[in-house]
Write a protein that binds this ligand. Structure first.
Ligand SMILES: CC(C)(COP(=O)(O)OP(=O)(O)OC[C@H]1O[C@@H](n2cnc3c(N)ncnc32)[C@H](O)[C@@H]1OP(=O)(O)O)[C@@H](O)C(=O)NCCC(=O)NCCS
Length: 183
């Protein structure tokens, strides 16, 4: 990224809005780059256009947040939440996914996306939200810790990708006032 674009990002010219089917290709590009080249996600199957579109539409139907960050009309990151585990008993608990373009790291894009995502989840009265972070992803642990997420469990060797076993770190943030880690 050039100096000018870095300044634009640091000048808060990042817009956050709800994702729409027109964002499919940009989202696919960011997601599949992480799927194909990193251990940031345990998934190794690339996302197709219809899968991403279905996910956007399904989240919208369930009133689950799916937000994109854009700068100069270009999508540079996305974040979405979904129910932590299936079944009615988990209906108040969320998990989320967040990816920022690898060209624009550490310019506040992730923080802006999470602010919108957390505000949305809080307003809809969800109780807490989990980040499921790969044990190899120290940057994501630090990122979530900076937002008040706490490590509540470390599950050894539950992920398997590219012939490598990976630990899963579960980080949780409570969303409503008066709760355990109300930051
Ligand atoms: C994790 C991720 C979403 C962070 O997004 P980002 O836009 O780079 O992060 P931000 O600039 O908003 O950083 C917010 C804070 O997080 C922390 N942080 C972010 N990146 C960090 C790093 N590389 N090292 C240490 N702390 C970091 C800092 O406290 C930072 O605040 P500061 O820059 O004022 O010190 C981004 O790195 C990413 O997309 N990674 C690849 C995908 C991924 O790992 N997703 C998470 C799966 S659980």
């Amino acid at each position: 990224m050039d100096r000018n674009s870095a300044e634009r990002h640091s000048n808060n010219q990042i817009g956050i809005r709800y994702a729409s089917p027109e964002d499919v290709h940009a989202i696919m590009h960011i997601w599949n780059t992480n799927i194909s080249n990193t251990f940031n996600t345990f998934n190794s199957n690339i996302k197709t256009e219809s899968e991403v579109e279905d996910t956007i539409l399904e989240r919208k139907k369930r009133r689950f947040g799916f937000f994109v960050a854009e700068c100069d009309r270009k999508v540079i990151g996305f974040a979405t939440y979904f129910q932590f585990r299936s079944g009615i008993g988990y209906s108040k608990t969320l998990e989320h996914t967040i990816f920022v373009s690898d060209k624009i790291q550490r310019h506040g894009v992730g923080k802006a996306l999470m602010a919108r995502l957390l505000e949305d989840a809080k307003r809809k009265n969800f109780q807490s939200i989990f980040a499921g972070v790969s044990g190899s992803n120290e940057r994501a642990v630090k990122f979530h810790a900076s937002l008040g997420f706490q490590v509540v469990a470390e599950l050894p060797r539950v992920g398997y990708k590219f012939d490598k076993w990976l630990d899963l770190i579960l980080m949780q943030k409570f969303l409503q006032t008066g709760q355990r880690n109300d930051f």
